[in-house]
Design a protein around this ligand. Structure first.
Ligand code: UD1
Length: 328
């Protein structure tokens, strides 16, 4: 049994690849290395190339007897997707469609896809369940929803069974500090907190303290990247056991505010997190956290790592990788 992992040289992809191998699977990574790092793949076979390259994907499937695919490869910068929508529709949607055409032509019937909670936009209420309204507020989110729809139809027409995992906020790093997020370009909260605590930036900008939340700052569902990786293994096992196409939240079910993250970071590191209250960031919902029942019931997946695990692993990763990525 060989698993093809696209985007396996990236943040979540590399940690999932390592976990998949620890379960005894043989894995081949396909990554363009535009944003990923070869060093993050270790000794897993790596093919450098694009998911839209039908000949290449076909060759990989034939050479390695691929029978399941985990598809991470995508652009993920929300702001950039609004400035350059064509880049996102082309790479994320058309690229995925070409990948799916190629793998189904080679007989692959099991597919796990990186979707996002961003498709819920500003939710009407929390926690957010899979039955909640989808309301994309960015091109990035729309591309992910379009792929979910595409997967539905390939299920109807090509016998492809898939699990779309709607990630909430991935954070943290591998427990041995060897794999993590390339934080040089990230706009997410945790890398900015770490930069502030380590003096790599003057201060954390806290975007808004007047939200209708207990302390006025934004609330999100932060899930440890190793828990997130485990949800992919659970999804592959579900499909191997005959599971049907599923769309599923992956979070912890708990909301944490920006100030709570900041305070926990100060407690864990013993250092102050310099911060400045700024106006709200455009497009940010006040509160977003998941219901986790479907993942528990269908995939047998429950996140087990704590917020302290997330923060301490992120801190160790940032200390060990002062220039941001896995190659050092
Ligand atoms: C963002 C993306 C989302 C993507 C997700 C994971 C937007 C609008 N949404 O979600 O599409 O799926 O990342 O990559 O970009 N915050 C600060 N200061 C900072 C950064 C963030 O106060 O410097 C606050 C935000 O206002 C928010 C929380 O921290 O309340 C989390 O922000 P972030 O990590 O960027 O994630 P999301 O906005 O939830």
């Amino acid at each position: 049994m060989t698993t093809l992992v696209t985007g396996g040289a990236g943040y979540i992809g590399s940690i999932t690849t390592r976990l998949l191998r620890s379960t005894g699977r043989s894995v081949v990574v396909l990554d363009s290395l535009e944003n990923g790092h070869a060093a993050a793949v270790g000794d897993t076979p790596l093919v450098v190339g694009n998911v839209a390259n039908t000949d290449l994907v076909t060759q990989i499937c034939r050479d390695n007897d691929i029978d399941e695919v985990v598809h991470f490869a995508a652009y993920k910068a929300v702001g950039e997707s609004m400035e350059n929508p064509g880049k996102y529709f082309d790479n994320n949607v058309t690229g995925s469609q070409k990948l799916i055409d190629a793998i189904t032509a080679c007989g692959v019937t099991r597919f796990v896809f990186s979707s996002t909670a961003a498709i819920y936009g500003t939710p009407d209420s929390v926690p957010v369940s899979e039955a909640s309204a989808v309301r994309c507020e960015s091109v990035y989110a729309e591309t992910k929803l379009m792929i979910e729809h595409l997967l539905h139809w390939y299920g109807q027409t090509r016998n492809l069974r898939s699990v779309s995992l709607r990630y909430f906020n991935a954070a943290g790093a591998s427990s041995d500090s060897t794999l993590g997020e390339d934080w040089r370009f990230s706009q997410n909260l945790m890398p900015h907190v770490m930069k502030a605590v380590l003096g790599a930036s003057p201060a954390l900008n806290v975007f808004g303290d007047d939200y209708p939340t207990p302390d006025g700052t934004g609330v999100r569902d932060y899930i440890h990247v190793e828990d997130l990786a485990a949800s992919h293994v659970a999804a592959l096992d579900y499909l191997s056991n005959g599971g049907q196409t599923l769309v599923c939240n992956v979070g912890t079910g708990h909301g944490t505010s920006v100030l709570e993250i900041l305070q926990a970071t100060e407690r864990i590191t013993g250092k102050p997190v310099p911060h400045v209250i700024q106006p709200r960031r455009a497009g940010d919902p006040s509160e977003c956290y998941a219901t986790t029942m479907l993942a528990a019931e269908k995939l047998g997946f429950v996140a087990t790592r704590s917020l302290d695990d997330i923060i301490s692993s992120a801190y160790a990763w940032h200390v060990a990788h002062p220039t941001g990525h896995s190659a050092n």
